[in-house]
Every structure is written in structure tokens, then in C-alpha cells.
Write a protein that binds this ligand. Sequence first.
Ligand code: ADP
Ligand code: MG
Length: 594
Amino acid sequence: PPTGEKYEYQAEVSRLMDLIVNSLYSNKEVFLRELISNASDACDKLRFLSVTEPALLKDNVDFDIRIQTDKDNGIVTITDTGIGMTRQELIDCLGTIAQSGTAKFLKALKDSKDAGGDNNLIGQFGVGFYSAFLVADRVVVSTKSPKSDKQYVWEGEANASSYTIREETEADKVIPRGTRLTLYLKRDDKGFAHPEKIQKLVKNYSQFVSFPIYTWQEKGYTKEVEVDEDPAEAKKDGEEGSAEQKKKKTKTVVERYWDWELTNETQPIWLRNPKEVSTELYNEFYKNTFNEYLEPLASSHFTTEGEVEFRSILYVPAVSSSGKDDMVNPKTKNIRLYVKRVFISDDFDGELFPRYLSFIKGVVDSNDLPLNVSREILQESRIVRIMRKRLVRKAFDMILGISMSDNREDYEKFWDNYGKYLKLGCIEDRENHKRIAPLLRFFSSQSEDYIIGLDEYVENMKPDQKDIYYIASDSVTSAKNTPFLERLMEKDLEVLFLVDPIDEVAIQNLKSYKEKNFVDISKEDLDLGEKDEEKEKAMKQEFGQTCDWIKKRLGDKVASVQISNRLSTSPCVLVSGKFGWSANMERLMKSQTM
Ligand code: ADP
Ligand code: MG
């Protein structure tokens, strides 16, 4: 075969290839899922571009994926009519790791190694294109991009540190567009070249691919063929049979031939009736679509009609994929936007959800948006504003569902992952305060070990208690040791412990819950409704001079020194002024963690 130009893999790729080739991995079959998902992505990309540039499709408007097997030689060929790759794209995409899924895998692998584990991570993540080397020792990618008039061939081997690229010269291998992957299977993996095996894997793993997947299958039909009769047989039949009847003697034979067979169901799951789709199927769809390995915490499938029409399936992932620290500038690709079943982009999360809900994953399929929709159109669109509102509501319903689960741990898990996001919501989305507030959770003076909601707090309020008390601190331990708590504990009043820096700002944005104000017990005007004027007067007389003396000694370090009735055992306490920042807030501003 013609030799091509040689290129070295990026170091990470080599590392990954080593890992793949040397893993005695039992679940090698994920290779097919990964390669089909790439083929499907490639079709999505071209279909999207062709909306505005139909000429890109040349003469073939069909998008499909075809898998052919040669079991005698152990070869599997996967062909798509998608976007293909230019020479440069071959280098960028198949020689380096820039892509999300694979990068995520390497990171997880490192974390798991650091943690001393070495799980079957390849199966959980899939390693994209390179998973071809789980089963093949040679992979040939022949591809034609509409951006280029040449077709290129990428070729790589399982134990090599380099790959080659050349132009396709063999006339019978030329394709009008798209990509053909040829896998030369390892000796022990030739079983994957059985057509029935491939068919089974497609049905198992790629049931949610929205392009038709055809597999090359052997078929048979039965037909009657005339047979010359054995003269001895004819005799036995006796005289009754006339000459004509004898001629008609036939026998049934099976005629065999090979043909493409549609192997997947291409109707998207979100078009189905929610009553007919099981939780397992929703979860499978989620794992397939978002390359996740953990089940989601919750899902919601709905259709809206009327003013705007769209269908959607939303999910709460078990863990936040952007990480807790990425909340402010999430780069998520969590929402896949379709218009009339055509995949448009997974880059419009910010247009469809506020950033504090950027952890929600899902698909949204609109009938009202134009196919050539752009970010600018989305930002201006009234339809999108309505969609956004509905999506946000559905997301809250879904979260509320988790919070009402019989299993308290579910919501604790949610809160642990996404509590910060909801608190950000208190600050950024006044309009939805009513929906966010019941979802908040805190430790309290009466619940130091498990988090409680505001509803629980309110139920637990004393009959004459008007306000919701809180203290901001840096930990539960320091909150419960603060002298501010003494009087309230004595009166058996519950106090929320705000121990996350963002808590206090969030609460101050809410201002009240169920018409009860949030009150900081460290502020100077805390009123526990027990004013006794007589007693106060007497106290002032007795200790007025002491206060003046202390103020003189401390000078500018304090604003004032006052007599207070809020302590029971501690002699004094430092409080913040009515209008000033709380001590916690001050600490926060200093550390600039916001
Ligand atoms: P990912 O799919 O997560 O991006 P992969 O390793 O599976 O990572 O694929 C790497 C890149 O190679 C893809 O992003 C895509 O650009 C390119 N690619 C792979 N397969 C195809 C294909 N069949 N057609 C066009 N491009 C492809
Ligand atoms: Mg991929």
C-alpha cells in the first residue's frame, strides 16, 4: 500500500493508547458505541451546516451510518455520510486530545489512581476514537470533508507512537463525503466481525442515535423450486398421477443473499409518550447522550403546547460535571438544542437556562425556532424567553421532587453538589425566590448534624416567634460556641447556622420567608421581645460609667459600648452595628472569595 507522511502523537495520546492496548479490559465492546457516536456527531454537524448551505450535501441528502463486517478476515467497516475531516482536522482530532470526553476520562483516571483505585474506567467513560484500539491493531480512517476537494487516509497501529496520513488514491475507495473507518481486529477479537454480534451491540448501545444505522446482514427467503422426480418414487405413487402432475413436483429451498438492514429505532425518545417510557430508558438515554456513567438524580420529560411548542427531557446529574468551583463561568454543553428534530447546538446553555442552573442537563426540541438559529436570534427571541421560563420552572419542579423523596439522602446528595448554585440563584434571580427558598438547607442550633429546610424551621418556631434567626460563621462549631446564641438557646429559639461564605448574602437577598424576616442575631438591635424598661433603666444607672470607661479605653476600635440583655453567662460580646457589615461579611469581603 502507498505510504503516507508520518506524524507523532501528542504525549497524552500515546499514554492513552498504551493504556488501551495493555488493558485486559473485559468490556471492549464499548468501541462500537464510541465510533457510532462519532459518526452520528459528524452527521449532526453536516446536517446543521447544510441548512444554510445545501450545496454541501452534493448529490446525497441522506445521513446514515453503515456497518459492514468481514468475519473471515476479521474486519469491521463503519461508514458515515457526515462532515468528514480535512487533512489538518485529522491531525488535530486524531493525533491530539482536545476533546471533552477523553480529557474527562484522563482526569478521572488520574483522580482514581491518586485515590488508590483502578476501576474499569474505560467502560464507564469511553475513550472516544481511541477505543477502536481496544479491539483493532490497525485502524484506517478514510475521510472527505466538504471543505476540501481531496480525500485523506489516516492510518494508525496499536503499538506505534506515530500515525500516517496520505491522500486516497485507490479509485474504488473514493467516497462522495463523510468518513469510512476500517478496523483490522486483533486475533482474539475477531468475534466482533460477526454480523449478528454487531447487530446485537448496535441494539444495545446505540438505540438513541437519531440517524439510521444499517448493518450488513445475511438474509434468506424461501422459494419453491421444481425438481425432477426420481423414477422409483413416481412408480410408488401409482397410476393416478398424470404426466402433468408429475411435472409440478417441487421442493422448498432457502435462497441466501446479503443486504443492508435497518438496525436501530430512529424516533427520538423525547417524541414518545412519557407514560410509555420507563425510568431505566430515560437513564440509558442520559448516559448515552452525555457520556455519563452515573445514573442521574432525577429526570423530567414534558411537552408544552400553545403559545410555544417544544419538548424536553431534563436531568439532574449525580455530580456536577463543571465542578463546584466553575459555577461563575460554566462551560457546560449541557443542553442539546434541536429544532424540529435537527440537532442545532449544545452551545446555547446560557440562552436557555440562567447560569445558576447550568448544572441541569437535557435536550430541548423546538418547533417554533428557525433551523438557522444563532445565538443572536436566541437572545432576541420572545419564544426563547417563554421557553426559558418554562424550562426553569420544570427544573425547579424536578429539584423539588428530589427534596420530597422518602430517602433523605437523595436531597443531601443534591444539596452537597448544587447547594451553592441555588444560593447563587437567591442573588441573581429575584423572580424565582419563591421557588428557590424552599429548597435551601442549613444546619441550625437544633440540628447540628443534618441540614434542615426553611419549612422545617418555620414549623419549629415558637408560637410568639416572629422572625427567623441566623448567625453567620465559618463553621458549625464556631457558630454554636458564639456568645450571641446564649439567650436564644435559653429561650429554646432555633438559630440557623450560615457556614458557607455565600449563605449570608443569599439570605439577605431573600429578606424573608413566609412573611418572616431573617434576623442576624449578631446585630446590635436584636429584639427578643422581652424589653423591661424598669430593669434597663436600673442597669444603665449601675453600669453607665463602666461603659463610658471601656469606650474611652478602646477609643476608635469600637463604635459604642452598650448595656445588653442578650447574654446569659458571657460577660461581654462584640456585635456589628445595625447598618454595618456583619463580622462574617467583613471576613468575606477581605478574602474576596465571592
Ligand atoms: P469526541 O467525540 O469526544 O470529540 P473522539 O475521540 O471520539 O472525541 O473524537 C475526536 C474527534 O475526531 C471528534 O471530535 C471529531 O472532530 C473527529 N472525528 C472522529 N470521528 C469522526 C467522524 N466519523 N467524522 C468526522 N469527524 C470525526
Ligand atoms: Mg466521540
